[in-house]
Design a protein around this ligand. Sequence first.
Ligand code: G6P
Length: 607
Amino acid sequence: MCGIIGYVGGKKAAPVLLKGLQRLEYRGYDSAGIAVVDGDTIRAVKTRGEVKVLCDKVEKNEPDGIIGIGHTRWATHGAPSDVNSHPHLSADGRFCVVHNGIIENFAELKEDLISHGLPFKSETDSEVIAQLIQYLYNGDMISTLCKVMDRLSGSYAAGILCADSPSTLYAIRKDNPLVIGLGQNENFIASDFAAALEHTHNFVQLNDYEIAQMTARAVTFFDRNGNKVEKTPYRVDWDISLAEKGGYPHFMLKEIYEQPKALHDTLSPRIKGDNIVLDKIEFSPANVNSINRINIVGCGSAYHAGIVGKHFIEKYCRINVSCELASEYIYSNPITDNRTLTIVISQSGETADSLAALRLAKKLGSHTIAIVNVLNSAIAREADDVLYTYAGPEIAVATTKGYTTQVAALFLVGLKIAKVKHIISDARYNELLKELALLPDKVSEILSDTDKIKRYAENYADRKCVFFIGRGTDYAASLEGALKLKEISYIHAEAYAAGELKHGTISLIEEGTITVALVTQQDLYAKMLSNIKAVQSRKGTVLALSSQSNVKVGEQSDGLITIPDCDDDVTPVLTAVILQLFAYYIASKRGCDIDKPRHLAKSVTVE
Ligand code: G6P
């Protein structure tokens, strides 16, 4: 879950690397470092702390040179410290490595290398790569790297410098993201496009067990046997301004405000009149009728999006849907076969657990669809079909537009299947299509006046515990609301199915406890009102979220935030936006590091 960047070209490398690292900080921010080929030596500057700490250190003693590598770390092996920070140099200082991933056999490799007289400085697994390169080096980097890859097990995306070839940058990859950016007389490696997007829009994907050899003017690719490989570049049209704060105090707030566009871009190209066209995914009657089960798999918010999708798909498609945490699915001996449709949801498309789940589902014969935001990411490439969410780059660790666009994509899939199966009436289908198309405007309406949400949030910012309750779809939405609050404000929050409260959790309600009650499902209003009463009877404070026309809820709660009137089935998108803002304003009042919450990384590429 670290971020890596590499540069070779005509500019001074250090500033390019530092800027790239700032864009990659969402991947990890407990330490950072760069290394530059300075004359015929490699000079590394690294530190515990965020990239800004590194910038200060570099400013005092900037390494000179036009080729280098950089790293921002999320510690797995060895605590965050100067010495455990990347880049790591080999014992002779001739090779230097930045690494994202985990070398699973590092302990035995390390023992072996130490027995051959190579001293280690850090506790990291990554240092073995640098030492192994030194140990196996035969004067030719490509054949050396082939041998290195043969010895490594685990996952890696690595950028490598070699003092013997001071104008060449090398990269290797297995199971961790790495793109090669092709510029004008300059080339890049990066964990994701965002880090190189201000320099180029042309990229090449490095596949597993491939090597990239890069100078300022040429990039050559090799397979694991050292044979040359031809690759076709692709263009990423994301605008670099999307990866900048653009006047907002935090990326998270900016991304919340980008949701009308993200939803519009995800929904509108797929709604063609009264037809839903899901890119190249073929939902023929034969395909659809052969599905007897749908498994939705994801992690974190992607999993929560899946739970919303499950409600919708089961309601309209009458197919059994199970939604699984990817990390659990892999070890659950899942009931998956060729009549199961597996939908893997991932904003980054690189989450290791979700990727492992996808591979298992394919192995078990299931047809797989990826709902992914990042173009050409591993999950997008490996799934049988892909439905992109067009949210644009998401930088804040806590997902916002990533989540709502995933929910929107699942609505499209559900409606499409229901239509092909002929089990939804034309009238209801058209109504829902219309409602989906209106979602961007309704989100804009929420965003045009957030004062009330802010006021409530700031009033409650000192609380220790917040419950979120709801029934059905509202319960699914409350899971994401609680996660958002936990992630960025560090307040303990728990989502509970409202009807389940009385079976245990209600014992925790006392004076001062806040319960956010989601009351958007008309057929459940009465039941929710009883649940609200039960909380208030224990002196708990209830903040309700309900539609504009549902006046009763307001009268019976301690506070009310209204959502624009809309069809009950699509409200999770609207409640999500309110709950994102609620969490944001609480975290802001508490002075939290909103875009980079403690201990978290955006893209979790370890299992
Ligand atoms: C991390 C992030 C979450 C995200 C989850 C899944 O834990 O902090 O916000 O929901 O990974 O990420 P993905 O990229 O697969 O959607």
